[in-house]
Each structure stands twice: as structure tokens, then as C-alpha cells.
Ligand binder design. Sequence first.
Ligand SMILES: Nc1ncnc2c1ncn2[C@@H]1O[C@H](COP(=O)(O)OP(=O)(O)OP(=O)(O)O)[C@@H](O)[C@H]1O
Ligand SMILES: [Mg+2]
Length: 497
Amino acid sequence: MNYDNIEVQKAVPDASSMIETFRAIGYNLETAVADIIDNSISADAKNIYIERIWHGGTSIITIRDDGHGMNGEELINAMRPGAQNPLAERAETDLGRFGLGLKTASFSQCRKLTVLSKRNGYAPIFWTWDLDYVAQTNEWNLIKWIPDEYKHALDNQTSGTIVIWTDLDRVLPLSTSEANDKAKRKFSNSLERVRQHIAMTFHRFMEDKIVNIYWCGNIIEPWNPFFSSPDENFTDTPAPQEGISGGGTIKGFVLPHKSRVSEYAYKAGEGMNGYPAQQGFYVYRGKRLLLAGDWLGIFRKEEHYKLVRIQIDLPNTLDTNWQIDIKKSKATPPANCRDQIEQYAKKIRSVGEDVFRHRGKILKYRAGQDFQPLWLDKTKNGKWSFVVNREHLLIKSIKEMAKKEPDHAIDTLLKFIEESIPTKAIYVKETHEETKDSDKQEIQKEPFSDMDMNLIRQMLRQMFDNQINNGKTPEQSKSLLKTIEPFNNYEELIEEL
Ligand SMILES: Nc1ncnc2c1ncn2[C@@H]1O[C@H](COP(=O)(O)OP(=O)(O)OP(=O)(O)O)[C@@H](O)[C@H]1O
Ligand SMILES: [Mg+2]
């Protein structure tokens, strides 16, 4: 299109409403802090310090790094919304994309964002975005303000940056008193989640010693979703890494069954939200975790896949294809590799399901002899059911017992059956079938659909005769039988009596 002779009219965004809109991108405290840490890592920081200072409603959160820092001009540019064009090519190690994170992440949590920075050879420089001031003036103006206690925060460093969040109105009400213990505990708890999120999001940087991240002076230990500890072989890797068409790699892991590792290791592998929630894809962009346990809309989370975790590694050149969002917490596989990812994941998921379900098998290998299940999984004409294993030693001895103490034998049998109904296996089968292709689908057998009619007739006759012997009329006995499960389903047989 040729724009030469077209009339134009400026339509400048309204500063006060636009900057408020930045607050609504949907960060939480964890993702917001992670976004600030992205910038520190991109600036080659070796150490990053997260601190919180409790002052009730005027509490402060700071994130300081020893990266290359910024000079005056660079800092003003950094504070500009849209500091860089999202289409610009970025260095391989740059975790940024939109030129927005510093501002959007900060405003999602606080009303005042101060950045103090120092480049080697330059004087330290600071500026503040104050949402109240922007609202009052309706102008995109930074103010020359910094909380007093931070004026000298970088004096002992040759370079670096500190991001200071004050007026944390999204974390706690500004009117909170310093003596409010409940609010203080809540503040600590939300920051504990931040610590866990950081331990997970940046675990590869920490493991590779690229950066140390400190939490109130203590180093944060990395949390690796595919955990392997020196004394316990924590993960089974059932499939080799595969290249994703269009770029990136995929690698599946199945964590071992609870019965194969120590309680400590199992607990450590659980993660922030527990095994069932942590299953799924783990999408990394330049080693930084974007998504931790998400099936990307391809599958649903289900109990029996809770040990499955699949690592996807992407370079930042694929940001557009994978629709990476500003918060760096979403990704969508492009159409051209979705099928491949789905097929790969299906293989890992089926191994994962086996490990989850067949703990019994592992016991069998351990004991070195045949394992005797009390319940057998049976399929007939495409319909599955569970039946009691008549060959089981327990059933045989109960039959023996019945010869001498019939009442006790029946009670014992019922007790064992009640206690051992394979509810979990039934649940797994039921939910698993829903996700199978319809031509392979097997359905659960209807209760009593295989029942021998003669057995029902025989039982009905016996119960009917007992009632008559106890003085009931035939009509009374019949109507009683119609209320007894499962005979209520066989009214015609009752009428025949
Ligand atoms: N801790 C820091 N040290 C040095 N430079 C920084 C730091 N934080 C931000 N910057 C500079 O400010 C710029 C803007 O940061 P911002 O987070 O807003 O956007 P981005 O990182 O470029 O992209 P994204 O929106 O994807 O995060 C960065 O590109 C970087 O040049
Ligand atoms: Mg950024």
C-alpha cells in the first residue's frame, strides 16, 4: 500500500488508562518475579538476590543482580513500554521478547516500580514509574524517586541492577498494619511459592552454575522435574530424545513407582502441586521453563499418567510459531508438529501407565515366583470385568474352612472380597477407555449380564420357599423378592414362582 497521499490523525493512547491495562495481563507473584529474573539472566548476572522487607502495607520486594547493568540512556529505554520490537532477532541466551516484561510484571504486583542500575564505568542511575502520578497527570513521565534505604544499594558492585517494588497493592492491602501477624504469614506463604517457582523455572541455570539465586540470603536449590539424585535412579527414560519437525527437541521421562524409591525421594519429586497436577509437558525456552506440567490441550490430566513428564526444548527463534506469551507461561504447538508430539507422548504415556498400574508385577519379579492376584482382569466379546481368582490359595482354604465352620468361612470370604475390590484398577480402566480410539474401545461388562439364569431361578425358589415356611403368603413373598437386589431385575422369574 502507498501511504504518501493519505490523510492522517494521531490517536495517542491515554497514559493513565493504558498503564492500568498493563496490570491485567494475568501474572501472579511467582510469574512476575520470574519475569524480572529473566532480565537479570539475560544481562549475564552470576548472582541474583530476592529480598522481602515486611512493613505491613508498605512492605517491599526487591530483586538485585550483578549483571552488566544499564547506563542512563539504556535505563530510560528499558523503562519504556515496548522497549524492543517483538519481531527483532534476539541473542540465543536472551530470555526477552516483547520489551514489556519489566513493566507488566511489576505493575501486576505494585504501584511503584523503581529501577536503580549501574554499568561498569558509569554512575548509578535510577527512575521510577509511579502509577498514581501517571493517573494524576495522564502523561508518560517517570519520576526521579527511590526509597531512601536503596539509594546506595549498588555501591559495592561494579555493575548491576536492582528492581524495587513498593505499594504492593496486589500482594497485600496498603492499609495492612505491621503488627498484623495473619497478613505477615500470608505474605510469607505467597513468597514461599515464589521460591519454589524459581527453584523449578530456573533449575537448569542453577544446575549448570550459570547463576546462583538467593532468597533472603539463602541460596535456592534447584528442583529438577526429572530428578535424578546420586543415590537413587529416579527416572526411567523409556524413549530417546527426538528432534521436533520445525525445530526443538522432545524427551520423555517416566518417574518410578512410589514402591521403588525412598519416601524422601518420592516426596522431593512431587513438586509444587503434587504428582497428578505435575504430569505433562515441560516446555523450556532457552533452558528457562515456561510450562511445568501441561498437556498443551492434547490430552487430559489423569491419575494413571501422573508419573509421566515430557521435556520439550525450544530456541527463542520459535517464539512466534509456538505463540509464546508476554508472561512466558504459555506455549501452543504449531500445527506442523502437533501430531508428532502427540504420537511421541502416547508412547511415553503408555509406559507411564504400566509403571503406575503394575506395581504388582514389580513385586512378582522381586519375589522371584508367580504372583497370585485375588482379582483377575477378564475380557470377553470386547467387554471387560474383574472376577475373583478361584485358583487363589485363599479361596481354596476358605472352601476347606467351610466344611467345618460354614458361617465363619462365608464371613471371611466376604471380608476379603470387600477389602480387595480393585477400585483403582477399575477407575483406571474406565477413564482410560474414554481416551482410546473408538475402534479399540472395550466397554465394561454390565453387572449380571453373564449370570446363569438357572442359578438365579434356584436362589429365587429357595428364598421364596423360606418365606412361605415362615408363614408369608405367596403374594407377600413375591413382592418382598422384587425389592431385593439383584432379583428386582427379574420380575418375570418371580412371577413364575
Ligand atoms: N536487570 C537488568 N539488567 C540489564 N538490563 C535490563 C535489566 N532488566 C531490563 N533490562 C533491559 O531492559 C529491557 C526491557 O526489559 P523488559 O523486561 O521490559 O523487556 P524484554 O526483556 O526485552 O522483553 P520481555 O517483554 O519479553 O521481557 C531489556 O531488553 C534489557 O535491555
Ligand atoms: Mg524481560
